[in-house]
Design a protein around this ligand. Sequence first.
Ligand code: F6P
Length: 325
Amino acid sequence: MAKIRCIGVLTSGGDAPGMNAAIRAVTRSGICNGFKVKGIYRGYDGLIKGEVKNFTTEDVSNIIQTGGTLLRTARSKEFETPAGRKRAYETLQREAIDALIVIGGNGSLTGAMLFAEEYDFPCIGLPGTIDNDLYGTDSTIGYDTTLNTITECIDKIRDTATSHERIFFVEVMGRDAGFLAQNSAIAAGAEAAIIPEDSTGSDQLIQFMERGIRKSKKSCIVIVSESPKCGAMHYANRVRKEYPNFDVRVSILGHLQRGGSPSARDRILASRVGAAAVQALVQGQRNVMVGVRNNEIVYVPFIDAISKRKPLDPQLIRVLDELSI
Ligand code: F6P
């Protein structure tokens, strides 16, 4: 295996709080372990175009507390094509980068896996997404901060829901995973969560209404996982039609969920997996995502991280049901 002297680091896909802490960890740990580190801007698009800069420890000063990503990010269409990946490889050769650390979610790690296989190039992934939908790690970078942000928003919405005695449908992100919806519902004491994983086949809204939520409560909050067809608006319209005496409102939290200073938990996770990614390269590992399971660092093959479905604890569904009576 060729000796690794220089590591490239990039962020890709949706930004997530804690990505900067991960960039800092990779850079500083890389330098500490004798590597040269180069930052690649604008994700795979920047890799294709050659937007690369040498990183020193100072380049990553004062960023651990900031949201977003200093390296910028993109969802690259070009990298999905063989021609785009070829141009990316040419940049790596020109810049003498021998290994790549990719911080991102499912799509970004899929890109890293394809590239690693096609060019026999060492790639390590860090789980950077608010959705928490990567298999093999208990949490992803950004998830904890976003969960806290959503909880804070629901607390505020609760004031209006209570004062006006309304039903609120609050839509949260998560792509096709319900971790954010389910856990924010529990954390904020919401009355129900409508999530993609609840695949009982029955209508979650009818279940919720039939539990007679308005019999004991004058107001309530239902968290709904985003969905192109069945988002919060869809459920609100149904309730308006089927139960016209209820006063219904919708709040779609949108991108405010992705911003803001990372929580201590996300900063620590990002720092741990960033340093472990460098160790993975020192040990000769490649094509794995670094995660934390049961508080231990784990190296998860890309194929498992991106293609296995991370299960949502079914107990959580019961806990929410029991506590929202
Ligand atoms: O994957 C992170 C995420 O925020 C998802 O929860 C959401 O579906 C998506 O990205 C939104 O992407 P964009 O910012 O490109 O609209």
